[in-house]
Design a protein around this ligand. Structure first.
Ligand code: ADP
Ligand code: MG
Ligand code: ZN
Length: 513
């Protein structure tokens, strides 16, 4: 007899329906599992068979063949165990085949018949809902994550022997969820606030400009001047994520196995700060068993590279394409997929090995050592950073000044600037000033006469490349948006130029390659 049961494969961060087809016939007794399987799925055969027997099911000696379809998707992971066993039970007449056609089964089996949780449940259930399935039946371990998805009934089980009762009486087992909506609301974990940061008015302003136009930013300054402190507070001044963003971020965490029962959804913007010893694969993702990297885990938020020159040149270079594209492309045998990587890159570094250059009272690093240190950040990388700012050691007055502005106040201004840009770029395939290309700059960065004259003077002094010119215009566009001005004036330009002067101060073209 032939029967089937459905499950979901993960392609990148999206689910794709997989059908387990079981056929039972007379012939040499045995169990074969086919359909473009990764090693761990081939082993499912043994797991499923033993789990079925240990759950008390008895089978006549028959030839059993299970095929996982479609054939062009390579099936990895252990999440198909439950659907395979349901297909087999159905083929042997334990289950009415009709009962399972509107169900998706997700779960790994242990040898004693327990149903265990898997990663990637959120995109799996989301895909099931989109495809019109009415029920998802999965391990209790994954229940909270599945409940996030509206429009599909969730049923959780703990042991395989419960399955007969569950599929025959689905409606009775559906989990009632009323108290869930609060989880989906965006939140802003108020632990770390901008008001904690004293002084650093210039760096704070630079950070606000960066976030307002989604520009990447680099902070240079001595140890203990608050670079890390500032960086950690950046997600909190970004607009709260909307529902689609929460879903996208959470899907990435789901396939990475980073959601849990107590934390079934990510409703804040991420902050990721990988150590400089991180491998390239861990940074951008991919690998033999593809997983999102840090740049994707930071999607919608901040990727913070602290001590930027300590990162290997290769690892910085592999970030370039994903930074440009907003996604990481992972090529596989049998198809490729994308992990989103729309991030704000925040870099921080000391200007020299001791950290106090150019303060020659404190820094005695030889100039060539300073140069070598700075040159670890390559020109192509610097080109992707629109804003460069300096943090300075606080003086006594600054430490004791009254409380600074809160993250919430800053966020309100940022939201305004974002709204202006989203409206302006409604018909474009980008939404923020940072993503303007040369054509876009021409179209959207209109300058007053004074502003034009200022840029011309700087350009003609020979200290500005074409690239630098573009960066200045993009940042000036952002500063003008923060000022709610349509046309960029000279003050906006000079502020934008100031974010280049730091970069010029440390990296003169001579030694950066
Ligand atoms: N501007 C500041 N306002 C308040 N505290 C600060 C400031 N800068 C530094 N600190 C204190 O010094 C500590 C070290 O700062 P940190 O951000 O790690 O510096 P950096 O990353 O530049 O080396 C912080 O945890 C904080 O307690
Ligand atoms: Mg630091
Ligand atoms: Zn030094």
């Amino acid at each position: 007899m032939y029967s089937e049961a459905y499950s979901v494969a993960i392609m990148g961060i999206d689910g794709c329906i997989v059908r387990a087809e079981a056929d039972v016939s007379d012939g040499l007794p045995g169990f074969s599992l086919v359909g473009y399987l990764a090693g761990e799925v081939r082993e499912a055969k043994e797991r499923v068979w033993i789990a079925l027997k240990n759950s008390g099911f008895k089978f006549l000696p028959k030839k059993i063949t299970v095929n996982l379809s479609p054939a062009d998707i390579r099936k990895g992971g252990t999440s198909y165990d439950l659907s395979i066993s349901v297909a087999v039970l159905s083929a042997f007449g334990y289950i009415n085949p009709e009962d399972v056609l509107d169900c998706i089964f997700i779960g790994e089996l242990s040898l004693d018949g327990r149903v265990k949780g898997v990663s990637g449940v959120l995109p799996m259930v989301y895909a099931a809902m989109k495809e019109g399935f009415k029920y998802v039946i999965l391990s209790e371990d994954n229940q909270s994550e599945a409940e996030i998805v509206k429009g599909i009934n969730v049923i959780s089980i703990t042991r395989l022997d419960e399955i007969l009762d569950v599929v025959a009486n689905k409606a009775e087992f559906v989990i009632n969820r009323d108290s869930l909506n609060s989880l989906i609301n965006p939140s802003f974990k108020n632990k770390e606030d901008f008001s904690d940061v004293s002084g650093q008015l210039i760096a704070k302003r630079a950070v606000e400009v960066a976030v307002s136009g989604m520009h990447n930013i680099l902070m240079v300054g001595p140890p203990g001047s608050g670079k890390t402190m500032l960086a950690k507070r950046i997600p909190g001044i970004m607009p709260l994520p909307d529902f689609d963003e929460i879903m996208e971020i959470s899907k990435i965490y789901s396939v990475s196995g980073l959601l849990s029962d107590s934390n079934p959804i990510i409703n804040t913007r991420p902050f990721r700060a990988p150590h400089h010893t991180i491998t390239q694969t861990a940074l951008v993702g991919g690998g033999r068993f593809p997983k999102p990297g840090e740049i994707s885990l930071a999607n919608g938020g901040v990727l913070f590279l602290d001590e930027l020159p300590e990162f290997t040149r290769q690892s910085i270079e592999v970030l370039r394409q994903p930074l440009e594209d907003g996604f990481v492309n992972v090529s596989r045998l049998g198809g490729s997929f994308k992990y989103p990587s729309r991030i704000t890159l925040v870099g921080a570094m000391n200007p020299c090995p001791c950290g106090y250059y150019p303060d020659r009272k404190k820094c005695s690093c030889p100039q060539h050592t300073v140069n070598r240190y700075l040159s670890k950040v390559s020109r192509p990388m610097l080109d992707r950073i629109d804003i460069c700012t300096e943090t300075t050691l606080l003086n006594y007055d600054e430490i004791n000044r009254e409380e600074a502005e809160s993250s919430e106040d800053i966020r309100k201004r940022v939201e305004k600037a974002h709204t202006i840009q989203k409206e302006r770029y409604a018909k474009e395939d980008f939404s923020f000033n940072a993503h303007l290309n040369a054509k876009g700059i021409k179209k959207y960065c209109k300058l007053t006469k004074d502003a034009k004259a200022l840029i011309k003077t700087i350009f003609e002094s020979g200290t500005m490349s074409v690239r630098a010119h573009h960066k200045i215009l993009k940042v000036a566009r952002t500063v003008a948006d923060m000022d709610e001005k349509d046309v960029i004036d000279a003050t906006h330009v000079s502020e934008a130029v100031s974010y280049r002067s730091v970069d010029k101060k440390f990296w003169n073209q001579d030694f950066v390659n």
